[in-house]
Design a protein around this ligand. Structure first.
Ligand code: NG6
Ligand code: CA
Length: 494
């Protein structure tokens, strides 16, 4: 029996960072051209009601890998670069599921779920005792947190790449810089190649102000313009290595684009009229194109399931002066949605979601309601692998929706904004539970959707969430609020 007959298709999740619902040409952008993703979309299924579980990174990534809502983990918030790993090695994960099914598993790219078991501060010069290789990934080539957080190094398996014992790496997230011999934002402005608009004013690494302080490791520090090609070449290497095994593969390819700081490789500088943010989206699209080309060359494209999505919605100015606002023109990064990254409005969590597998998945568009947390249980179905009751407790089997056989998907799903406030989507209703906080984040210029008033929007007629009809549908509001409270108290909804 061939691998595909046993449903053992290769699976690749390509996970962009901060890419909005309107950022791709196949999702309506006229200003940014993404021909490779457009082709993937044309040959696959384009979802219009798919959500991440959070409007920021760490919690969404926690959910996609564990099938659990972020509120179940009190540490699932944007992590500093020296945080301990928030996924305990005992917890079941999606890559472990693939391992159990006999797959060769790998991660390449952004991690941002913490490293080390947290029992002591990480010594970046030694082997790290808890990394993706302990959580189900046979191979791991990552950067620890985000491109704007130190340490700006790659970690392969358990070790920082290109360690030099004569130049040890030290990292600090204290407010005051504990290292007096390193360049910092306020002390050495002459070294800056990109200015910050807010934050990002601690260490200067590669001419860019970062979050956190870092000393040493000069041979290990990445070059920002090389990140895309480095990760891409590692992803291709993983796929090629997998061909030498008898196993199918699962690859989680977590792109770093278009998160700040946006530094495209030379060939994409000026690729769009939108400045660096547009250019790195063009670069991201090229990376996906290269990946697809390699699968075609290896003659495995038709039986490889590719899922392309993003961890949260878009932001233009996320802390660096890269003219994202000024050059944005008429581009709408969140498409017709209100808000963006951080937000409780749909712009925060409704994201592009494309599924392609020419020999399996129907082509077209799907309005099925689906959460990224559902991938876990859906793959368990595909692989015909049972799940323990305590595994992936918020993951629903949406396999039929993923391959285009079920146009409806979930009855309801829940998401969180940056403050962990909740939104429940059920059918055409989006209910934003009251929570504290400013309605507008001035520094990033995004509407948060935070309000002490309940908000209810009819997504069929009001995709831009302009008309709050909560007062007209008090019963719906009451019911949806109670439902949120029940989910939050429950052990899971699978
Ligand atoms: C914020 C950062 C922002 C980004 C975000 C995390 C500042 C002022 N802002 O705190 O630049 O790094 O965290 O983004 O530091 S995420 O996509 O990883 O969630
Ligand atoms: Ca993100």
């Amino acid at each position: 029996m061939s691998k595909s007959e046993r449903n053992q298709r290769n699976v690749i999740i390509v996970y962009a960072d901060d890419l909005g619902f309107g950022d791709l040409s196949c999702y309506g952008s006229h200003q940014i051209s993404t021909p490779n993703l457009d082709r993937l979309c044309a040959e696959g299924l384009k979802f219009t009601n798919a959500y991440s579980t959070s409007a920021v990174c760490t919690p969404s990534r926690y959910s996609i890998l564990t099938g659990r809502y972020p509120f179940r983990n009190s540490r699932a918030h944007i992590l500093p670069g020296d945080a301990g790993c928030i996924i305990s090695p005992e917890l079941d994960t999606m890559p472990k599921l693939f391992q159990r099914a006999g797959y060769h598993t790998g991660i390449v790219g952004k991690w941002h779920l913490g490293l080390g078991d947290g029992s002591h501060p990480i010594d970046w010069n030694q082997e790290i005792n808890l990394t993706p290789v302990d959580l189900g990934f046979d191979e791991s080539f990552i950067f620890p947190a985000t491109a704007d957080r130190v340490p700006c190094v790659y970690v392969e398996g358990r070790k920082v790449v290109n360690l030099d014992p004569d130049d040890p790496i030290e990292v600090s997230y204290e407010e005051e810089c504990p290292f007096d011999d390193i360049p910092t934002y306020h002390k050495n402005p002459e070294m800056l190649e990109m200015r910050s608009s807010h934050g990002h004013d601690m260490s200067i690494v590669g001419g860019i102000g970062r979050i956190g302080y870092m000393r040493g490791g000069s041979k290990a520090v990445w070059k920002d313009e090389d990140l895309a090609e480095t990760f891409l070449s590692r992803a291709l290497r993983f796929i090629n290595d997998s061909q030498n095994t008898e196993q199918p593969f699962f690859l989680y390819y977590a792109l770093h684009q278009p998160h700040v700081p946006r530094v495209p490789s030379a060939r994409f500088r000026g690729a769009t009229a939108l400045g660096p943010r547009g250019d790195v989206i063009a670069e991201l699209d090229w990376c996906v194109g290269q990946l697809i080309e390699e699968l075609r060359r290896l003659d495995i494209l038709d039986d490889t399931m590719i899922i392309f999505s993003s961890d949260n919605g878009p932001v233009l100015d996320d802390g660096y002066v890269d003219r994202a606002y000024e050059l944005n023109g008429t581009h709408r990064a969140a498409g017709p949605l209100r808000g963006g990254k951080y937000s409780k409005f749909d712009g925060g969590t409704r994201i592009p979601f494309i599924v392609s597998c020419p020999n399996l998945v129907r082509r077209g568009e799907s309005g099925a309601l689906i959460s990224q947390a559902d991938l876990f249980a859906s793959f368990a179905h595909m692989l015909d692998m049972p799940l323990e009751p305590e595994s992936a407790v918020d993951s629903q089997d949406m396999y039929a929706a993923l391959i285009g056989e079920d146009p409806v998907g979930r009855e309801e799903l829940m998401v969180e904004d940056v403050t962990c406030g909740k939104m429940l989507r059920r059918g055409n209703w989006a209910y934003l539970s009251p929570s504290e906080g400013a309605p507008f984040m001035g520094n990033v210029r995004i509407e948060t959707g935070l309000s002490m008033d309940p908000q209810l929007y009819n997504m069929d007629y009001d995709i831009g969430q302009q008309t709050n009809v909560a007062w007209d549908y008090e019963n719906v509001v009451k019911d949806m609020e109670e439902r949120i409270q029940r989910i939050v108290r429950s052990e899971g909804t699978r």
